[in-house]
Design a protein around this ligand. Structure first.
Ligand SMILES: *Cc1c(COP(=O)(O)O)cnc(C)c1O
Length: 471
């Protein structure tokens, strides 16, 4: 530490001094004392760190009252903000796990607000006037839509897979193809979940090819379950073979073994009608005879985070009775959101137009192109020659670890600002309110309009305008 640093450290005031200043000027009203003290402490700590790092600080003004109050007010404002906040998703990844996966339809969000801010019949049977089941509100409609005999829901699909394995195969063996031993991300790996559930994994086949005799040859007295896992986030092409669910169900019937399918991102809509790759629907999977089918509520279904289990009554009833079920219990806000989302699925065209995930996945290219043009025109109207904006063709992604090979043709607006790097623009956009998340490509900041909502165009324009004003 040199002399200058020592002298600066000595000049750094104490918390009490800044508190006194604050009380005199009150730049932000009604700040809880504890928040204020913590913010001031943080502010002074930061200054101390900068001094120790040898950062350039203009000597006379460093600890002037105005500066101290300004920095403290910034820290106070920051700590009064919520950490979890709205983001404009300009990435073009529709089911973006880092950005909250699926958006609830407005009508669904309203139902959640009503149910969560009032008492409800969550576990009360209004007809009988007695205790009821927490899940009854969604079981029937899940059976109605999927065609299954029974249904239940837990916290998420990882929980659904774990609970199903723990119930049906703890201490026993589960046969899975090597090609389906996937890692989903966020450290969800089929072999690890299997080990935690107490079931023993029996791997069969090879990475690229698995045949029916591979399954049959592995069946022993200890076998409790035949499992198929959707490979979701990766795809095998070339010399590959897998056993169809139908054939596996037939094998299971011969040996009196239940068959389970982890669908990952379950969907009730046949997306091939909308130009998206053919994915087996939940209905088809149930119809193929699987005893247990598990899938997420917030991937391509477009609802709240949930793990949905549908299938044959005996298997689902056993899973319901597992005491671990309680630890994976779904909350009333989620149940309200799930029931309201499922209601929309009774009419497919309504589901497509009302559920944001489905709407964005099936958005006609013309609508995206118009949206891009609108953004471009509004940026040109700013009339700032430092701002360069163009429209580029690109591909959006489904996301959520679903359909990795699916390309969704889209339009993006790419911007460049003279004197600012794309990295810098990216950072400012990210830290704006609301935060705007795009991507960088060829030193351009790129925004995919597929996942930008109409009313968010104005937000993008005003943030870029602010950047120009300050640049
Ligand atoms: C996403 C996924 C999971 C985990 O689902 P969550 O709802 O995120 O817990 C499990 N299995 C497969 C195949 C998946 O794609």
């Amino acid at each position: 530490m040199d002399l200058r640093q020592k002298s600066l450290l000595r000049k750094l005031p104490g918390v009490d001094h800044v508190l006194e200043l604050w009380d005199r000027t009150q730049p932000v009203k009604d700040v809880p004392r504890a928040v204020l003290v913590r913010s001031i402490r943080t502010t002074l700590d930061r200054l101390r760190t900068r001094i120790l790092a040898g950062d350039e600080l203009p000597d006379e003004t460093v600890f002037g009252d105005n500066l101290l109050i300004h920095l403290a007010a910034q820290a106070v404002n920051k700590s009064m903000e919520f950490n979890l906040k709205r983001v404009v998703n300009a990435t073009g990844v529709v089911v973006h796990t880092n950005l909250g996966r699926s958006l609830l339809p407005e009508s669904v969000a309203r139902h959640v607000a009503e149910i969560s801010s009032r008492y409800s019949n969550l576990e009360f049977d209004l007809e009988k006037g007695a205790r009821g089941s927490r899940y009854s509100c969604v079981e029937e409609i899940l059976c109605e839509i999927s065609g299954a005999e029974a249904a239940m829901v837990v916290n998420n699909n990882a929980g659904a897979v774990f609970l199903s394995l723990e119930t049906l195969a703890r201490g026993k063996e589960v046969i899975v193809s090597r090609g389906e031993l996937v890692e989903i991300g966020g450290s969800f790996r089929i072999p690890d979940v299997m080990a935690r559930s107490g079931a023993r994994l029996v791997e069969i086949g090879t990475t690229n090819r698995t045949h029916l005799p591979d399954y049959e040859g592995a069946i022993r007295d200890e076998t409790a379950l035949l499992l198929k896992v959707h490979t979701s986030n990766y795809s095998m092409v070339g010399f590959t073979a897998e056993v169809s669910l139908k054939n596996l169900v037939a094998l299971g019937a011969t040996y009196h073994l239940p068959v389970m399918k982890d669908l990952g991102s379950g969907n009730f809509v046949d997306f091939s009608k909308y130009g998206i790759m053919n994915e087996p629907t939940v209905q088809e999977t149930v119809a193929a005879g699987a005893d247990v089918v598990t899938f997420s509520g917030d991937k391509m279904l477009g609802g709240p985070q949930a793990g949905i289990i549908v299938g044959r009554k005996d298997a689902v009833e056993r899973i319901k009775k597992n005491p671990i079920n309680r630890a994976l219990r779904i909350d009333k806000m989620t149940l309200a959101a799930l029931e309201a989302t499922l209601h929309l699925y009774r009419d497919e065209s309504r589901a497509i137009s009302a559920i944001p995930t489905l709407r964005m996945l099936t958005l006609p290219p013309k609508i995206i192109a118009n949206r891009a043009k609108r953004l471009l025109n509004r940026l040109r109207k700013l009339g700032d020659s430092r701002l360069e904006a163009i429209i580029i063709n690109a591909s959006s992604r489904v996301g959520g670890g679903a359909l990795p090979l699916q390309e969704l043709p889209t339009r993006c607006v790419a911007v460049r600002i003279k004197g600012l790097s794309a990295n810098r623009i990216d950072r400012i956009m990210r830290e704006a309110t609301p935060s705007i998340v795009g991507r960088i490509e060829d030193d351009l900041f790129v925004m995919d309009l597929r996942t930008v909502q109409d009313e968010e165009i104005a937000m993008i324009v005003s943030t870029l305008k602010e950047i120009l004003a300050e640049a």
